[in-house]
Design a protein around this ligand. Sequence first.
Ligand code: HBI
Ligand code: FE
Length: 290
Amino acid sequence: MASTDLIRPASAASDWTIPQGWKHYTASEHAMWDQLFERQVKLLPGRAAPEFLAGLDILRLSRPGIPNFDELSERLMKATGWQVVPVPGLIPDDVFFDHLANRRFVAGNFIRKPEQIDYLQEPDVFHDVFGHVPLLANPVFADYMQAYGVGGQRAANGGVIEKLARLYWYTVEFGLIRSGDQGLKIYGAGIVSSFGETIFSLDDPSPNRLGFDVRRLMRTKYRIDDYQQNYFVIDSFEDLLRQTLQTDFGPLYAELEDAPDIEIETILPTDAVYTHGTQSYAREKATEQA
Ligand code: HBI
Ligand code: FE
Protein backbone atom coordinates (compact mmCIF):
# COMPACT_ATOMS: atom_id res chain seq x y z
CA MET A 1 0.00 0.00 0.00
CA ALA A 2 1.34 3.44 -0.88
CA SER A 3 1.56 5.51 2.26
CA THR A 4 -0.30 8.34 0.43
CA ASP A 5 -3.45 6.15 0.48
CA LEU A 6 -3.57 6.08 4.28
CA ILE A 7 -6.61 7.50 6.07
CA ARG A 8 -5.96 9.31 9.32
CA PRO A 9 -7.97 7.86 12.22
CA ALA A 10 -10.26 10.32 13.99
CA SER A 11 -8.26 9.85 17.19
CA ALA A 12 -5.01 11.09 15.60
CA ALA A 13 -3.87 14.72 15.53
CA SER A 14 -3.05 16.46 12.24
CA ASP A 15 0.55 15.27 12.55
CA TRP A 16 -0.81 11.71 13.02
CA THR A 17 0.31 11.44 16.65
CA ILE A 18 -1.91 9.81 19.26
CA PRO A 19 -1.59 9.38 23.02
CA GLN A 20 0.62 6.38 23.84
CA GLY A 21 -1.88 5.21 26.47
CA TRP A 22 0.88 3.60 28.50
CA LYS A 23 -1.50 2.87 31.43
CA HIS A 24 -3.68 0.77 29.13
CA TYR A 25 -1.09 -1.87 28.25
CA THR A 26 -1.99 -5.22 29.76
CA ALA A 27 0.37 -7.42 31.76
CA SER A 28 0.62 -9.81 28.82
CA GLU A 29 1.54 -6.95 26.45
CA HIS A 30 4.35 -5.87 28.78
CA ALA A 31 5.40 -9.53 29.06
CA MET A 32 5.58 -9.76 25.25
CA TRP A 33 8.01 -6.82 25.21
CA ASP A 34 10.12 -8.38 27.98
CA GLN A 35 10.23 -11.72 26.17
CA LEU A 36 11.29 -10.14 22.86
CA PHE A 37 13.78 -7.87 24.63
CA GLU A 38 15.48 -10.73 26.50
CA ARG A 39 15.67 -12.89 23.39
CA GLN A 40 17.35 -10.16 21.30
CA VAL A 41 19.65 -8.93 24.06
CA LYS A 42 21.05 -12.46 24.40
CA LEU A 43 21.54 -12.85 20.66
CA LEU A 44 23.05 -9.49 19.75
CA PRO A 45 26.50 -9.33 21.45
CA GLY A 46 29.06 -10.17 18.76
CA ARG A 47 26.43 -9.72 16.04
CA ALA A 48 25.23 -6.11 16.40
CA ALA A 49 27.40 -3.05 15.75
CA PRO A 50 29.07 -1.73 18.92
CA GLU A 51 27.27 1.60 18.36
CA PHE A 52 23.91 -0.20 18.57
CA LEU A 53 24.89 -2.16 21.68
CA ALA A 54 26.13 1.05 23.32
CA GLY A 55 22.70 2.63 22.70
CA LEU A 56 20.73 -0.26 24.21
CA ASP A 57 21.12 1.10 27.74
CA ILE A 58 18.83 3.97 26.80
CA LEU A 59 15.97 1.43 26.76
CA ARG A 60 16.59 0.22 30.30
CA LEU A 61 14.06 2.44 32.03
CA SER A 62 12.87 2.53 35.63
CA ARG A 63 10.35 -0.28 34.96
CA PRO A 64 10.45 -3.35 32.75
CA GLY A 65 7.85 -3.75 30.01
CA ILE A 66 6.97 -1.49 27.06
CA PRO A 67 8.85 1.79 27.49
CA ASN A 68 6.93 4.89 28.46
CA PHE A 69 7.70 7.23 25.53
CA ASP A 70 7.81 10.33 27.76
CA GLU A 71 10.50 8.80 29.95
CA LEU A 72 12.37 7.46 26.92
CA SER A 73 12.20 10.81 25.11
CA GLU A 74 13.62 12.60 28.14
CA ARG A 75 16.70 10.35 28.04
CA LEU A 76 17.05 10.45 24.26
CA MET A 77 16.67 14.22 24.26
CA LYS A 78 19.66 14.49 26.61
CA ALA A 79 21.75 12.21 24.39
CA THR A 80 21.03 13.59 20.91
CA GLY A 81 17.99 15.88 20.98
CA TRP A 82 15.58 13.25 19.61
CA GLN A 83 12.11 12.34 20.89
CA VAL A 84 9.86 9.33 20.35
CA VAL A 85 6.22 10.10 19.47
CA PRO A 86 3.37 7.57 19.26
CA VAL A 87 1.43 6.94 16.03
CA PRO A 88 -1.24 4.34 15.17
CA GLY A 89 0.84 2.64 12.41
CA LEU A 90 2.19 3.63 9.00
CA ILE A 91 1.83 7.34 8.28
CA PRO A 92 2.09 9.29 4.98
CA ASP A 93 5.57 10.00 3.61
CA ASP A 94 5.35 13.79 3.97
CA VAL A 95 4.28 13.53 7.64
CA PHE A 96 7.00 10.95 8.30
CA PHE A 97 9.66 13.21 6.73
CA ASP A 98 8.45 16.22 8.75
CA HIS A 99 8.81 14.31 12.03
CA LEU A 100 12.32 13.09 11.17
CA ALA A 101 13.44 16.53 9.99
CA ASN A 102 12.47 17.80 13.47
CA ARG A 103 14.20 14.97 15.30
CA ARG A 104 10.99 13.16 16.23
CA PHE A 105 10.94 9.43 15.64
CA VAL A 106 7.44 8.02 15.18
CA ALA A 107 6.71 4.69 16.84
CA GLY A 108 3.65 2.46 16.75
CA ASN A 109 2.09 2.29 20.23
CA PHE A 110 0.77 -1.29 19.82
CA ILE A 111 2.62 -4.57 20.32
CA ARG A 112 2.40 -7.79 18.32
CA LYS A 113 0.18 -10.68 19.45
CA PRO A 114 1.78 -13.94 20.65
CA GLU A 115 1.04 -15.65 17.30
CA GLN A 116 2.96 -12.83 15.53
CA ILE A 117 6.06 -13.16 17.67
CA ASP A 118 8.35 -13.86 14.73
CA TYR A 119 6.73 -11.88 11.97
CA LEU A 120 4.30 -9.05 11.42
CA GLN A 121 3.99 -6.66 8.50
CA GLU A 122 3.22 -3.39 10.35
CA PRO A 123 5.94 -1.87 12.51
CA ASP A 124 4.93 -2.34 16.17
CA VAL A 125 6.44 -0.78 19.29
CA PHE A 126 9.08 -3.51 19.56
CA HIS A 127 10.37 -2.99 16.03
CA ASP A 128 10.17 0.80 16.27
CA VAL A 129 11.63 1.28 19.74
CA PHE A 130 14.00 -1.66 20.19
CA GLY A 131 15.05 -1.60 16.52
CA HIS A 132 15.45 2.13 15.95
CA VAL A 133 15.95 4.00 19.22
CA PRO A 134 19.39 2.65 20.32
CA LEU A 135 21.13 4.12 17.24
CA LEU A 136 19.24 7.40 17.65
CA ALA A 137 21.36 7.80 20.79
CA ASN A 138 24.44 7.87 18.51
CA PRO A 139 25.21 11.45 17.41
CA VAL A 140 26.28 10.57 13.84
CA PHE A 141 23.36 8.26 13.17
CA ALA A 142 20.99 10.78 14.78
CA ASP A 143 22.16 13.36 12.23
CA TYR A 144 21.76 10.86 9.39
CA MET A 145 18.12 10.27 10.33
CA GLN A 146 17.36 13.97 10.48
CA ALA A 147 19.11 14.56 7.15
CA TYR A 148 16.97 11.79 5.65
CA GLY A 149 13.83 13.64 6.74
CA VAL A 150 15.11 16.91 5.25
CA GLY A 151 16.05 15.06 2.03
CA GLY A 152 12.55 13.63 1.84
CA GLN A 153 10.97 17.05 2.22
CA ARG A 154 13.10 18.32 -0.66
CA ALA A 155 12.37 15.36 -2.92
CA ALA A 156 10.09 16.83 -5.53
CA ASN A 157 8.48 13.82 -7.17
CA GLY A 158 7.47 10.21 -6.63
CA GLY A 159 10.38 8.71 -8.55
CA VAL A 160 12.85 10.41 -6.27
CA ILE A 161 10.97 9.32 -3.14
CA GLU A 162 11.11 5.72 -4.34
CA LYS A 163 14.91 5.98 -4.55
CA LEU A 164 15.13 7.61 -1.13
CA ALA A 165 12.91 4.88 0.29
CA ARG A 166 15.45 2.35 -0.98
CA LEU A 167 18.21 4.23 0.82
CA TYR A 168 16.20 4.04 4.06
CA TRP A 169 15.39 0.39 3.49
CA TYR A 170 18.94 -0.75 2.80
CA THR A 171 20.55 1.34 5.56
CA VAL A 172 18.21 2.27 8.44
CA GLU A 173 16.17 -0.95 8.15
CA PHE A 174 18.53 -3.61 6.77
CA GLY A 175 22.05 -2.23 6.92
CA LEU A 176 25.23 -4.15 7.69
CA ILE A 177 28.49 -2.51 8.78
CA ARG A 178 32.08 -3.64 8.57
CA SER A 179 33.45 -3.49 12.08
CA GLY A 180 37.24 -3.25 11.83
CA ASP A 181 38.71 -6.75 11.83
CA GLN A 182 35.65 -8.03 13.68
CA GLY A 183 33.88 -8.94 10.44
CA LEU A 184 30.37 -7.87 9.52
CA LYS A 185 27.86 -6.63 12.08
CA ILE A 186 24.19 -5.74 11.83
CA TYR A 187 22.72 -2.31 12.55
CA GLY A 188 19.47 -2.08 10.53
CA ALA A 189 16.35 -1.96 12.71
CA GLY A 190 14.56 -4.63 10.67
CA ILE A 191 17.41 -7.03 11.42
CA VAL A 192 18.23 -6.21 15.04
CA SER A 193 14.55 -6.51 16.01
CA SER A 194 14.19 -9.91 14.27
CA PHE A 195 15.51 -13.12 15.83
CA GLY A 196 15.49 -14.97 12.50
CA GLU A 197 17.02 -12.25 10.33
CA THR A 198 19.75 -11.49 12.89
CA ILE A 199 21.08 -14.97 12.18
CA PHE A 200 20.16 -15.17 8.49
CA SER A 201 21.72 -11.84 7.48
CA LEU A 202 25.12 -12.77 8.91
CA ASP A 203 25.27 -16.57 8.59
CA ASP A 204 23.18 -17.72 5.66
CA PRO A 205 25.15 -18.30 2.44
CA SER A 206 22.28 -17.29 0.11
CA PRO A 207 21.98 -13.45 0.31
CA ASN A 208 24.33 -11.05 -1.47
CA ARG A 209 26.39 -8.83 0.83
CA LEU A 210 27.52 -5.90 -1.30
CA GLY A 211 29.81 -2.97 -0.62
CA PHE A 212 27.77 0.21 -0.10
CA ASP A 213 27.40 2.26 -3.28
CA VAL A 214 24.60 4.83 -3.28
CA ARG A 215 24.02 4.76 -7.07
CA ARG A 216 23.83 0.99 -7.13
CA LEU A 217 21.66 0.86 -4.02
CA MET A 218 19.10 3.38 -5.26
CA ARG A 219 18.49 1.26 -8.36
CA THR A 220 18.03 -1.96 -6.40
CA LYS A 221 14.56 -3.38 -5.79
CA TYR A 222 13.75 -4.90 -2.41
CA ARG A 223 11.47 -7.44 -0.80
CA ILE A 224 9.02 -6.65 1.96
CA ASP A 225 7.67 -10.14 2.58
CA ASP A 226 10.76 -12.26 3.28
CA TYR A 227 14.36 -12.01 4.50
CA GLN A 228 16.42 -9.80 2.19
CA GLN A 229 18.27 -11.06 -0.88
CA ASN A 230 20.71 -8.12 -0.66
CA TYR A 231 22.43 -6.39 2.21
CA PHE A 232 24.65 -3.35 1.65
CA VAL A 233 27.71 -3.05 3.88
CA ILE A 234 28.86 0.39 5.04
CA ASP A 235 32.37 1.13 6.35
CA SER A 236 31.22 3.49 9.12
CA PHE A 237 28.30 5.75 10.03
CA GLU A 238 30.46 8.81 9.30
CA ASP A 239 31.11 7.48 5.82
CA LEU A 240 27.41 6.72 5.27
CA LEU A 241 26.44 10.27 6.21
CA ARG A 242 29.18 11.78 4.07
CA GLN A 243 28.44 9.70 0.97
CA THR A 244 24.72 10.27 1.04
CA LEU A 245 22.86 13.00 2.79
CA GLN A 246 25.75 15.45 3.08
CA THR A 247 26.12 15.26 -0.71
CA ASP A 248 24.04 17.25 -3.20
CA PHE A 249 21.55 14.72 -4.52
CA GLY A 250 20.39 16.89 -7.46
CA PRO A 251 22.92 15.56 -10.01
CA LEU A 252 22.52 12.04 -8.64
CA TYR A 253 18.75 12.06 -9.11
CA ALA A 254 19.18 13.38 -12.67
CA GLU A 255 21.69 10.64 -13.41
CA LEU A 256 19.44 7.93 -11.97
CA GLU A 257 16.28 9.09 -13.69
CA ASP A 258 16.82 6.93 -16.78
CA ALA A 259 18.89 4.18 -15.16
CA PRO A 260 17.01 0.87 -15.08
CA ASP A 261 16.13 -0.84 -11.81
CA ILE A 262 18.33 -3.75 -10.74
CA GLU A 263 16.57 -7.02 -9.93
CA ILE A 264 17.12 -8.33 -6.42
CA GLU A 265 19.07 -11.43 -7.43
CA THR A 266 21.56 -9.60 -9.69
CA ILE A 267 25.25 -9.21 -8.91
CA LEU A 268 27.01 -6.71 -11.20
CA PRO A 269 30.65 -7.03 -12.33
CA THR A 270 31.33 -3.74 -10.55
CA ASP A 271 29.94 -4.90 -7.19
CA ALA A 272 32.23 -5.44 -4.22
CA VAL A 273 31.02 -8.73 -2.74
CA TYR A 274 31.64 -9.93 0.77
CA THR A 275 32.07 -13.70 0.74
CA HIS A 276 31.61 -15.97 3.67
CA GLY A 277 34.83 -16.83 5.52
CA THR A 278 35.46 -18.71 8.70
CA GLN A 279 36.47 -15.70 10.81
CA SER A 280 35.39 -12.78 8.75
CA TYR A 281 34.35 -11.73 5.29
CA ALA A 282 36.70 -11.14 2.39
CA ARG A 283 35.77 -8.24 0.18
CA GLU A 284 36.24 -9.19 -3.46
CA LYS A 285 35.34 -7.83 -6.83
CA ALA A 286 32.62 -9.86 -8.46
CA THR A 287 34.00 -11.61 -11.52
CA GLU A 288 30.86 -12.94 -13.07
CA GLN A 289 27.27 -11.91 -13.37
CA ALA A 290 24.97 -14.02 -11.22
N1 HBI B 1 5.39 5.43 8.86
N2 HBI B 1 5.05 4.75 11.04
C1 HBI B 1 5.84 4.80 9.95
N3 HBI B 1 7.06 4.20 9.97
C2 HBI B 1 7.88 4.23 8.87
O1 HBI B 1 8.99 3.69 8.91
C3 HBI B 1 7.42 4.88 7.71
C4 HBI B 1 6.16 5.49 7.74
N4 HBI B 1 5.69 6.11 6.65
C5 HBI B 1 6.48 6.25 5.46
C6 HBI B 1 7.77 5.55 5.50
N5 HBI B 1 8.19 4.94 6.57
C7 HBI B 1 8.61 5.47 4.26
O2 HBI B 1 7.78 5.88 3.23
C8 HBI B 1 9.83 6.37 4.13
O3 HBI B 1 11.01 5.69 4.40
C9 HBI B 1 10.04 6.82 2.73
FE1 FE C 1 11.53 0.47 10.86
